[in-house]
Design a protein around this ligand. Structure first.
Ligand code: TRP
Ligand code: SF4
Length: 404
């Protein structure tokens, strides 16, 4: 598969953390559900990445993967629209990781900010391992093995996409120079036809001589629009524009997922470690109990004390879930002591339960049939593997390993 066709490919991974909560839904999963209808999507459970930190105690990882995948499916990620799989079930990721490790400077990995940050944060674990240093490179392999064009991630992962781009660039630079590359480019230019050929050559010169980015963009569009040349030739023409060889591993783009606005039950960001979450499979009575127990404006000691929604975590939930009319009712009622806090919480409880109802139902279906999950993951891994093999074949050949 070519880098041109693969620009429609979206890849993202999540470390298995067990059951997911509303923060994951509003932050990540809702976005995945939307993307699966717009792109060719690959979503996987990064169990090897989990091992980089949990290597002393790996027993829970498998269970966490299953719980997490059930929640993906519950949230509406659909195995008929997206490939869902487990990283370790597509061992091609590991071979690419190994091959990339040969050409990745140690200093690139040492300077990724998460390396030192995580070591400082997870003080009780010894993270001075080879595997942990290689975490971002394994992630690069995850992305590059599918020649994915877009990688939806949060801000904390941008540095990992950036190093992926650098690794791809270096790879193409080192190994993209097939014998006869220049001649192949010239032949491809001729195949475009006189007019386009001249335009291509002019634009390439303008970009290479004066760094004219518009000329580059126009030339790239020109190449992509050609009807009569092969994908291999298109890649040569694209590579030649930027003075590199053939593009074997295209550079992906991060698709920044806006930070989740989902507040937790205490007004801090919803997080498993804060214990302030509502899980995607929370039962209606538990949703009710958790929200009823939420702290409110401490100034409202008694029912007739007026309050201020600005300092109340329940208001933050209204901002996520309520329409204008309900918000008005809260603002007015709270500030005038016209409504009580229990009353105020009711629409939020109803909205959360309405959001979770279809998820609970889907989750139940999957919880009851682990075989179904296994077969979804197997099918996902097969599809993923087929594409991964294509990439690996090119990578091996480029690195002089074309034995098979
Ligand atoms: N490191 C990512 C995280 O912690 C998970 C991940 C692993 C990933 N491989 C990936 C994300 C590839 C995007 C693409 O969230
Ligand atoms: Fe918070 Fe609503 Fe009570 Fe005001 S009325 S303090 S917004 S829960």
């Amino acid at each position: 598969m070519s880098s041109i066709a693969s620009q429609q490919r979206v890849l993202s991974g999540m470390r298995p953390t067990g059951r997911l909560h509303l923060g994951h839904y509003h932050g990540v999963l809702r976005n995945w559900v939307k993307l699966q209808y717009e792109y060719d999507c690959f979503f996987f459970a990064a169990d090897w990445h989990a091992l980089t930190t949990a290597y002393e105690n790996p027993q829970g990882i498998q269970q966490s993967v299953f719980e997490m995948v059930v929640d993906w499916l519950a949230a509406g990620v659909n195995p008929n629209n997206a490939n869902i799989f487990v990283q370790s079930q597509v061992p091609e990721h590991a071979e690419l990781h190994l091959l990339l490790s040969m050409m990745t400077p140690l200093s690139w990995l040492e300077r990724v900010p998460t390396y030192k940050d995580q070591q400082d944060k997870l003080k009780d674990q010894d993270l001075s391992t080879y595997g942990f240093l290689g975490y971002p490179l394994l992630q690069s392999a995850d992305i590059l093995i599918y020649r994915a064009g877009l990688v939806p991630v949060g801000a904390d992962q941008i540095a990992h996409v950036e190093i992926t781009r650098e690794v791809a660039r270096r790879f193409n630079h080192l190994y993209g120079r097939e014998p006869g590359f220049e001649e192949a480019v010239e032949a491809a230019i001729t195949k475009m036809g006189k007019k386009s050929a001249k335009l291509y050559a002019d634009l390439r010169r303008r970009y290479q001589e004066s760094g004219d980015d518009d000329a580059l963009a126009t030339a790239q569009a020109l190449v992509k629009d050609q009807q009569n040349i092969t994908l291999g030739d298109k890649e040569r023409l694209l590579g030649s524009l930027e003075g590199s060889g053939k593009i074997i591993l295209p550079e992906p783009q991060a698709l920044l997922t806006p930070a989740s606005k989902m507040p937790g039950l205490d007004g801090q960001k919803m997080s498993k470690s804060y214990g302030n979450f509502i899980s995607l499979r929370e039962l209606p009575d538990d949703v009710d109990a958790k929200i009823r127990k939420m702290p409110t404006d401490p100034a409202r000691v008694r029912r007739h004390d007026a309050g201020n929604p600005d300092v109340c975590p329940v208001w933050q939930l209204h901002e996520v879930y309520s329409d204008d009319a309900t918000r008005q009712w809260v603002q007015q009622g709270c500030r005038s002591a016209g409504i009580g806090c229990i009353e105020c919480k009711k629409p939020v409880i109803d909205a959360v339960n309405a959001e979770l109802a279809p998820m609970r139902e889907r989750a139940r279906e999957f919880e009851d049939s682990p075989d179904l999950i296994r077969s979804i993951l197997e099918r996902g891994a097969e599809n993923a593997s087929a594409i991964a093999e294509d990439t690996l074949r090119d990578v091996r050949a480029a690195m002089g390993l074309a034995y098979r």
